[in-house]
Design a protein around this ligand. Sequence first.
Ligand code: F0G
Length: 496
Amino acid sequence: MRFSELIGSFPGETTLTARPRPYINHSVEFKGVFNVKDRAEMLEAVGLNVFFFPSEMITGCDFLSDSGTTSMTNEQWAALHLGDEAYGSNRGYFLLMEQVRELFGEVFFNKPDARRPNAFIFHQGRAAEDALFSLLGKTGSGMIIPSNGHFDTTMANIEANQIQAINLFSPEIKRGNPDFRFKGNMDLERLEQMLEREGEKVPLVYLTVTNNTAAGQPVSLENINHTARIAHRFGKPLFLDACRFAENAWFIQKYESSYRDLSIRDIVREMFAPVDGFTISFKKDGLVNMGGGLFLRDNGLFIENYPEIPDALVNYQVTKEGHPTYGGLSGRDIMALYVGLKTVTRDDYLTYRIQQVQRFGERMAGLGLPVLTPVGGHAVYLDVNRFFEGTSMQAQDFGGIAFTAVLLAAYGHRACELGYFAFGKMDPQTGKDLFPEINFVRFAVPRLRYEQDDLESVAEAVKILHRHRDIIPAVNVTYGRNLPIRHFKARFEFRK
Ligand code: F0G
């Protein structure tokens, strides 16, 4: 028997329950040595706001964000050396242009000789949002932008320009049917009603893929196409907030049967085919630590409706960020981004990445912890209300904030409250708290960074906190309860 035939008679590697990662550690960083007392003292010093806790003191995992926290590949580190820091038309600009054209469509990055600028590089996503909405805000008043779920900075940028930001979450997110995989979808019925009722106020329709605010749930291609048809019927351009486009494409390939046989790259092209423009933070699926962009379809509906905006964007960019050929990025950042965009659509990368997040969530669920399932693409969301069930914790005690402080002090893991505090508001008239519908703590998993043991240790720590949830104290807000985007700034203390 030939060796290859003999080997073929062993059960294949796909039958293994523990599969190796599709990458290795190229270089590692040792953590600092700190104990519970050090962490608790520091947390008290920073008013229990985990954003102000020094990351060097994090002895566990840092789940504050999956944004800009990617460990870069050796090819990206090598590419940094090829960065060209020219003030105009650096080497990376042309490579990035070709990559964007290939990945999302030629129509989203006109070559300089076309003299129709439509691709704008920024230092991060929110800078691209500011450019878009501040220019749009100048074109009229009383506008409304509907979305399947605006991210917090996106909403803040829209509202800063006196435009109303409306979330039309899919009803499926509440129904909780575990077999329905696209809970990030737009609520098409409400979108249609809204456009019929007050369409004249809507400059564009926005779809966030995956839907970060709706627990990182994906959006189906059917929903993208349907949203586009409705928007276009009313003459409205459709934009994607495309931060996690590759993760969204993976879910489409896996769970939307008509697209099972397409490659990730083909699905990405399909996702962007009906779209008139997109904003993106490359700190997610660009696999880089900094970068963002705004891309408009050449001759698309947005440019048709707002023909003066592309040139205004060039002015904005030159005065605020840099020449359009580097925008807000250094030449070396652009090189790392170019390589990151090639890597992010690899099947082996995406499958491991998303399954790692899913295993993490399923492990927590298996331990009886109330996490949102099915788990989305980039994060696990713990339901704070259900976590504290059976205790005296009330909404105004901000249990999510207390949970993140205790988890960080006791076990060295940093998670982020995205619930009653982050999305809540203080009524300026009555001084009472206004609570949003959702109350989560988010564990956003950085890309290419943690191993299974890391995540296992977190699940165990959360389980211990759950067992002792009745001794987690309530918090008082000592600063910032009345401020906008207050979770970034506020301070707290444990109630005695
Ligand atoms: N849109 C979405 C859907 C996002 O998740 C983010 C950032 C942005 C826009 C803004 O991009 O950070 O480059 O300015 N999300 C991060 C998070 C910060 O933790 O979810 P940025």
